[in-house]
Write a protein that binds this ligand. Structure first.
Ligand code: G3F
Length: 590
């Protein structure tokens, strides 16, 4: 902890006249936003730091809402997705360029490798999550996510918060309903899509007992019959927080002060040495990466500041959350120190992912009679205008299919049978994308102590934080299930269509699902030697340190995790509000 006289408090303290905030939040994605929304609406002052920039029309908006991508989803891949994702750990093999002109500079010791921007000399080839990536920017991953918001399967994916099963069910019902309502999940926005109904009906007929249904998506159609949808993201969670700061809540309490600092790195937490019962965070050090705006005369444009709050939340994604805690000296580093969070970034999980694309078989009956009126009208209008030159009776702007076969205990994998942007699998110009369907099947993994991340203090990432190294080998138990999953995917694919060349069934590079879990996992208490925090997301041994995001999920899961992570954030925000109200943060209880 720096001496008090050296402390530079962030100018925001002065600007807001708030010497100490109620809550500091690192990360502005959907989970940081959930924390902020709950706490600010309850009247508490919240300061949020986001390492990336604000680069959407409104803070945290989905970039797919731009008309360009509504019209052509494949453009989203090159223009947005590839730019928004930074790969976390790149091993040596991927840094070797044998075709580089021989005259180019080389290290005098040829065994040395480049170490900038995630190139990681500590990373093994065999145990990497090679496609694991992060997004920096307001709204985080939600600015380009799929918007898929399924519930976790009870008895397998869904964490157990209460051992009393009825109580646990009731809690989850409440949490899921609240999360769905905040993010705006719907299963009806593609009801008036011909392709959606073709795929849905074909699969319902083929698998009548598997609960085939519309994929739950956080979105809404812009207007009845519109070909376009508004994809939801962190902006829906923030709601009118940026535009209506004085709003009163149902109890007549005015919103707390809320400020989002962009281009601001959360560097590390400092313990409060005067804390008595349990470890307590006294300060957070942040770095304004574009600090030259504030102190232009400084030669180093980056400026470090301190922020004081009563509670501290780290919701910076499943990689950066443990990274910040590791940089604070709390764990997950390769030194021999005794760590305050010994289980940090252990028991990590990622979803094995199978993928293929098909061209539909079942398009013949589309213009046959007996269809709903909206369908027949759309087909008739299309045929009238383009019938002479377009061989397909599907309107050009017919929305894409969005179908799922939910995971079950017998078949523990999540499925998406739909059309969406992806960093591969673009439909080539040769084929009409109206008949192309993607199949993405997501398997599970259980958290084991050997699967972990280590943060290298001697090597920094592009933002000056300790470089993460993965030590990750898929566990046998669920690895065997992936054979059945692949078999299932090919069965489903064959019912629907013929494989698209280059998009035949394949397993993707580990990490591509971008559903890293377990890095800050929650537990009930008897499992403290395997977990990081309790089900209020309060870190064991600490009074005022909370974690958020997919890293908190301790269970094997195949489904998209954001909705469940929001649920867990609600509980934590409630706990923080309660402690603020009582004026006391007590050590994390089981
Ligand atoms: C995930 O993060 C999404 O949740 C999936 F829906 C998507 O297909 C996948 O990324 C692609 O990597």
């Amino acid at each position: 902890m720096p001496g008090q006289k050296d402390l530079k408090f962030h100018p925001i303290h002065v600007e807001s006249n708030i010497p100490e905030f109620d809550v500091f939040i690192a990360g502005s994605g959907p989970i940081g936003a959930t924390y902020a929304r709950c706490l600010v609406d309850a009247g508490y002052n919240v300061l949020m730091a986001e390492i990336g920039d604000q680069d959407t029309r409104i803070p945290g908006e989905h970039k797919k809402n731009e008309i360009e991508y509504q019209k052509d989803i494949d453009r989203f891949v090159n223009r947005i997705l590839q730019g928004a994702l930074s790969v976390v750990s790149i091993p040596r093999s991927q840094t070797i360029v044998p075709t580089l002109g021989p005259a180019a500079w080389t290290a005098s010791d040829p065994s040395q490798m480049w170490i900038t921007n995630g190139r990681n000399s500590f990373q093994g080839e065999h145990n990497n999550l090679g496609a694991e990536a992060v997004t920096r920017g307001v709204g985080g991953m939600s600015t380009h996510w799929t918007c898929a918001t399924p519930e976790f399967l009870k008895g397998l994916e869904r964490p157990v918060i209460f051992t009393d099963s009825a109580k646990d069910d009731a809690e989850w019902r409440l949490l899921y309903d609240s999360a769905r309502s905040l993010i705006g999940t719907s299963e009806t926005q593609f009801d008036h899509s011909i392709r959606h109904n073709v795929v849905l009906e074909a699969l319902q007929k083929a698998y009548p007992t598997r609960g085939v249904k519309a994929l739950p998506l956080a979105c809404h159609r812009l207007a009845k019959g519109s070909p376009y949808v508004q994809w939801h993201a962190a902006d829906d969670v923030y709601g009118d927080m940026f535009t209506n700061p004085d709003k009163l809540n149902k109890q007549g309490v005015k919103r707390g002060y809320f400020k989002l600092l962009t281009n601001t790195r959360c560097t590390r937490f400092d313990l409060d040495p005067s804390a008595r019962d349990g470890h307590s965070i006294g300060l957070v050090e942040v770095r304004d990466l574009l600090g030259a705006r504030i102190v232009p005369e400084r030669s180093n444009p980056e400026v470090d500041f301190y922020i004081k709050a009563k509670a501290y939340v780290v919701a910076a994604g499943a990689v950066a959350t443990p990274q910040i805690l590791a940089n604070s000296g709390f764990g997950a580093t390769n030194d021999r120190k005794v760590h305050l969070i010994p289980q940090l970034a252990t028991h990590i999980t990622e979803q094995p992912m199978a993928f293929c694309q098909i061209a539909l078989l079942q398009v013949d009956g589309i213009d046959e009679p007996g269809k709903p009126a909206w369908w027949e009208e759309a087909v008739a209008a299309h045929k009238e205008q383009f019938g002479k030159i377009d061989p397909l009776p599907i309107p050009f702007q017919d929305p894409e299919p969005q179908v799922t076969i939910p995971a079950s205990l017998e078949r523990p994998w999540h499925t998406q049978i739909h059309r969406d942007a992806f960093s591969y699998g673009e439909v080539g110009p040769a084929l009409d994308s109206r008949i192309v369907v993607d199949l993405r099947f997501f398997g599970m993994q259980e958290g084991v102590p050997e699967n972990k991340m280590i943060f290298e203090m001697s090597l920094k990432d592009a933002y000056g934080m300790p470089q993460p190294t993965f030590e990750y080998i898929p566990t046998r138990k669920y690895a065997d299930e992936t054979q059945r999953m692949m078999n299932d995917m090919t069965d489903v694919a064959n019912k629907l269509g013929a494989y698209l060349p280059k998009s035949e069934p394949q397993f993707m590079t580990p990490g591509l699902a971008l559903h890293l879990g377990g890095t800050t996992r929650l537990g009930l208490g008897q499992d403290k030697d395997e977990t990081v925090a309790n089900f209020n997301s309060q870190v064991w041994g600490f009074t005022n340190l909370f974690v958020g995001g997919n890293g908190t999920i301790p269970t094997p899961f195949g489904a998209n995790p954001t909705l469940t992570s929001m649920c867990l954030a609600f509980r934590a925000a409630h706990k923080i509000a309660e402690s603020l109200k009582n004026g006391k943060f007590l050590p994390a209880k089981a």
